[in-house]
Design a protein around this ligand. Structure first.
Ligand code: BGC
Length: 707
């Protein structure tokens, strides 16, 4: 039962007021910027100016002073003084920026994402934000899609752990508490499966695929108590997600028991018309409210047309009341009826934004998120006495944080660092596809350095939403630079800045070391320097596979087997490419360390009625390091086909030089369960392969029978 005051409000509010609560617009519409002439934008939305005092929430307005003033204006004008709820995209940090989610996935350490989210919550809440549209939980397999950077990666198990941690970080035990904000998981469901990796494109995944792979992270968010769910732009089973009753009601609410608020993605209610599903605005409002979408983001069909749908009997008024009840309950859960500003405070902004503690947390997260992909002849770590050559467009461009140049000269004297070809890389969006070719000059300038670092990659503007690409190679002149630097005979360390797995094959042979740095946020260069000079021993593992080439995409480790798997024979009629392996170049779970870890004494045994898989890991080097031991399971035969292997556990061992530790995993029945074709979670007796190792391809394996 809703609280009495909420029931009373529902009784007393007009239909227009209710539809206002169910509408979200940007602050501009609510008179936050006096100078803006709203006639055009209002006309575009077919919205009336008098409705604007009734709108219940805004998106992407920032700043304590501005949002408190908006709240004051709203409370003065709103007929029932219902506070506004300020929502925003606070993704991988607010003022202190953390690594992109794909990189944090590589930490294989949910604590990293939890800390990042709690710091983001602290900083954003001081600026008046009460809810973030984060975490993005879309499972990703196609690096052509620009938004893979926002996801923890390709694995349902790892993603579930990461996403639950992020929700905990934002919300804590009670989002009403100071410094906490509500979290909104997105984009429900299957947005990561856009065909060809083209953003907003058709998604066609079977329910079985959804259950096996795509749904697990959203469900983990719901289980962790996430307060809001955002719909996806795509269709699911040929019905737009925002109008999809089986997705939004049967699965999310009935099966998973989600009690919170559902919001559409930006304009997605309107887009049900463009999809060719809703005939007009009345239908769009009716379809999405029927599906249980409580808030319409950035279109105004609810305000414009829901009344028509109710009047002609197509829409039940009870559904409006249910939706508004949920919205008011969310506002109540955040304490807004008592304190409509939540934690907004100009002093708080000054104290918290980019404070040393937060920057230190960002640096720690950045260190854990990098993945060492190649390290021939122990090129890394570098001695601090070496003369370093530094070249490439990311030398001085810290992609929003400390540059690699600054990070390095924070460690060694500036006169020991020589730079060349440092023009930043422009954005494809602006028609810039490459940097000027200064390759010869660079090679000459750096010829007497002891080692050369090439800081290359893709422009930050060319990743994220609406940034799909058909080529995932770095630009020609960057590849040429690496090749030419290698010809100097000096060891070449390539540091990659990117938001997606890239095709590194064309320059891999020129890399003495290859470090995947992603986009690491505020402390980028400092963290990279920590790693290059051995002040941190790399521990990241890939959360998304790197293909040999773009033609292999999608390539992911947890595929189904097919009837004709490639067993390495020269047979013709098998499932393989003639010109490329089936497997990824760098697979999920892969990553190097400066330490050397040996795996011995692998066993799977029954101990006191429990099945335990264990392995002894020894650090046989002189360097302390972290090893991520991974458990994979495969069901040998089942009533629906199962992936060749699925991650079902991981643990991080912190091993001093020459130390050994046993990593052990209990194989509980829930790890062996799967969804059948009726959406039922089932366990089937029989044989299972249990695999433990250092990556998805490097495992010890034993077959067991479980009854
Ligand atoms: C994105 C969402 C985002 C929303 C609000 C949409 O275009 O798909 O992820 O939360 O905009 O900014």
């Amino acid at each position: 039962m809703p609280k009495k005051f909420i029931q009373d409000l529902i009784q007393d509010m007009s239909l227009e007021e209710k539809l206002g609560q169910m509408t979200q617009l940007s602050p501009m519409f609510l008179g936050a910027e006096e100078s803006v002439n709203l006639t055009g934008p209002l006309n575009d939305l077919h919205a009336r100016a008098q409705w604007m005092t009734l709108v219940g929430s805004t998106l992407n307005g920032f700043g304590a002073e501005k949002l408190m003033a908006m709240q004051d204006k709203n409370l003065a004008e709103h007929p029932h003084k219902i506070p506004l709820l300020f929502m925003a995209d606070v993704v991988c940090g607010y003022k202190t920026v953390f690594p992109i989610a794909l990189a944090m996935g590589c930490s294989f350490d949910p604590k990293v994402y939890e800390t990042a989210s709690s710091v983001a919550a602290l900083e954003a809440s001081a600026s008046g934000i009460m809810l973030t549209f984060s975490p993005m939980s879309d499972l990703v397999r196609d690096p052509r899609w620009g938004r893979v950077m926002e996801s923890p990666g390709e694995d349902p198990f790892l993603n579930a752990q990461m996403i639950a941690a992020a929700v905990r970080g934002f919300q804590g035990d009670d989002a009403r508490a100071t410094g906490k904000i509500a979290s909104c998981v997105k984009h429900f469901a299957g947005y990561g499966a856009a065909e060809g990796g083209r953003d907003y494109n058709t998604v066609d995944v079977s329910m079985g695929m959804l259950r096996d792979f795509y749904l697990s992270a959203y469900k983990a968010a719901v289980d962790a108590g996430v307060m809001m769910v955002m719909t996806a732009f795509n269709t699911v089973e040929r019905i737009p997600a925002s109008a999809n009753i089986s997705l939004m009601r049967s699965l999310l609410r009935d099966e998973w028991g989600f009690k919170g608020v559902v919001i559409s993605d930006f304009g997605a209610v309107d887009e049900t018309i463009t999809h060719g599903y809703s005939a007009d605005g009345v239908e769009a409002a009716k379809n999405c409210i029927n599906a249980g979408v409580d808030i319409e983001m950035m279109s105004a069909h609810y305000l414009n047309f829901a009344k028509t749908a109710i009047d002609d009997g197509r829409l039940d008024m009870g559904l409006i009341d249910e939706a508004v009840t949920r919205i008011l309950e969310l506002k109540d859960a955040l304490g807004l009826f008592e304190n409509p500003y939540k934690d907004a405070s100009v002093a708080g902004e000054k104290e918290l934004h980019r404070c040393p503690r937060h920057l230190e947390a960002a640096r720690a997260a950045a260190r854990k998120s990098m993945v060492l992909l190649e390290n021939k002849n122990s090129t890394l770590p570098l001695k601090k006495s070496l003369k370093i050559g530094l070249a490439g467009p990311f030398t001085m461009d810290g992609t929003g944080g400390v540059s690699i140049y600054d990070g390095i000269v924070n460690k060694i004297p500036a006169n020991m660092v020589v730079t060349a070809m440092t023009d930043p890389l422009g954005s494809m969006q602006d028609g810039i596809f490459d940097v000027p070719d200064c390759v010869e000059e660079a090679a000459k300038k750096l010829a007497d350095c002891d080692v050369i670092i090439a800081a290359v990659g893709e422009c930050l503007g060319d990743v994220g939403e609406a940034a799909s690409k058909t080529s995932i190679r770095i630009s020609q002149n960057q590849e040429k630079l690496i090749h030419r630097l290698k010809e100097t005979g000096k060891p070449v360390v390539v540091v990659l800045f990117n938001g997606r797995p890239l095709e590194v094959t064309p320059f891999l042979q020129d890399c003495d070391a290859l470090l995947e740095a992603w986009f690491l946020g505020s402390e980028s260069g400092n963290a990279i320097a920590d790693l290059l000079f051995g002040d941190y021993n790399p521990s990241g593992r890939l959360s998304m596979s790197f293909p040999h080439n773009v033609g292999q995409v999608p390539v992911y480790y947890n595929c189904y087997n097919t009837g004709r798997p490639n067993t390495g024979t020269s047979e013709r009629y098998i499932s393989r490419y003639l010109d490329c392996p089936n497997e990824a170049l760098f697979p999920f779970g892969y990553g190097l360390s400066y330490s050397k870890f040996d795996y011995t004494d692998f066993r799977v045994e029954k101990l006191e009625g429990k099945i335990i898989a264990s392995v002894t890991v020894t650090n046989s080097s002189e360097i302390a390091g972290i090893e991520t031991v991974q458990l994979y399971i495969s069901d040998v035969a089942a009533k629906v086909v199962r992936p060749v292997k699925e991650l079902k556990g991981f643990t991080q061992l912190h091993l001093p030089p020459h130390a050994s530790e046993i990593a052990s995993f209990e194989i509980t029945k829930d790890l062996l369960e799967f969804y059948d074709n009726h959406g039922k979670l089932v366990f089937e007796e029989g044989e299972f392969d249990i695999m433990v190792g250092r990556s998805s391809v490097d495992v010890n394996k034993a077959r067991i029978n479980v009854s």
